[in-house]
Design a protein around this ligand. Structure first.
Ligand SMILES: Cc1cc2nc3c(=O)[nH]c(=O)nc-3n(C[C@H](O)[C@H](O)[C@H](O)COP(=O)(O)O)c2cc1C
Length: 226
């Protein structure tokens, strides 16, 4: 598998390196003054597959949203480069894919079927959510999110949706979805809000920081007063 990747087989043919963010882009938000190093508490993994770059762009925005929450470490990894250790490392995962024939691409399915399967029942209790792109609106991205969520549920992840609206008429109840790449302010914010909510839930439920609960924080959840 390793050599197939490097020589353009398997994932390589479908996965232009030009579209890949760095394998592990870490956002570390607290500074340890004494050592002048940065550390994080909550660990968020943004794991995605992309064939032509759109889902990679979503992943970058999801990661930026997670980084809004203090004391969060964010790792962004293309599934072609991901390992079981990445999954074991995280407290919460945002799983993203393009819609292929109304469902997830085989590359994403293979990662969970083959790479992660040996650790089934050992990675219980993490948090999870989904994001997906599609060729056009109503092309099936919510179905893809539901399939991604189902994969996570099978591994015992605690899967969630988001009740927020990022603009009037624009929400992400079952995950963030866009058509093509995220372009508009609302589409970008939908991706960021998903990552933000994942980091908030990691802070609340994994790290015991109730002040980061969205109902308690001052971060806006709707674009109009309620
Ligand atoms: C094999 C294949 C199947 C696809 N099936 C669908 C589909 O069922 N519905 C849809 O809206 N778009 C479909 N698309 C379009 C992609 O979902 C869309 O272009 C997506 O934004 C690509 O994301 P990426 O750039 O991250 O690979 C398909 C594309 C391919 C290559």
């Amino acid at each position: 598998m390793e050599s197939a990747r490097q020589t353009g087989g398997d994932f390589g043919l479908l996965n232009s390196h030009a579209h890949r963010p760095p394998r592990a882009a870490a956002f570390s938000l607290i500074e340890d003054g004494a050592a002048n190093t940065v550390t994080g508490m909550g660990k968020v993994l943004v794991l995605y597959f992309t064939a032509s770059g759109n889902t990679a762009k979503m992943a970058t925005e999801v990661a930026a949203g997670a980084a809004r929450i203090p004391q969060t470490e964010v790792r962004t990894v293309n599934v072609a480069d991901a390992t079981l250790e990445d999954v074991k490392w995280c407290d919460g995962i945002a799983l993203g894919a393009p819609t292929n024939m109304g469902t997830v691409p085989w590359e994403m399915k293979k990662f969970w079927d083959v790479t992660v399967q040996p650790a089934w029942a050992e990675i219980d209790g993490k948090l999870g959510c989904a994001f997906a792109t599609q060729g056009g609106w109503s092309g099936g991205a919510e179905l893809t999110c539901q399939t991604l969520n189902t994969i996570l549920m099978n591994y015992g992840f605690l899967v969630f949706g988001v009740t927020d609206y990022v603009a009037q008429g624009f929400t992400l109840h079952y995950g963030a979805t866009v058509a093509g790449e995220p372009r508009s302010e609302s589409e970008i914010e939908a991706c960021r809000r998903l990552g933000q909510r994942l980091a908030e839930w990691v802070a609340v439920f994994i790290d015991g920081r109730p002040e980061e609960h969205p109902l308690k924080s001052s971060r806006p959840r709707f674009p109009w007063p309620r």
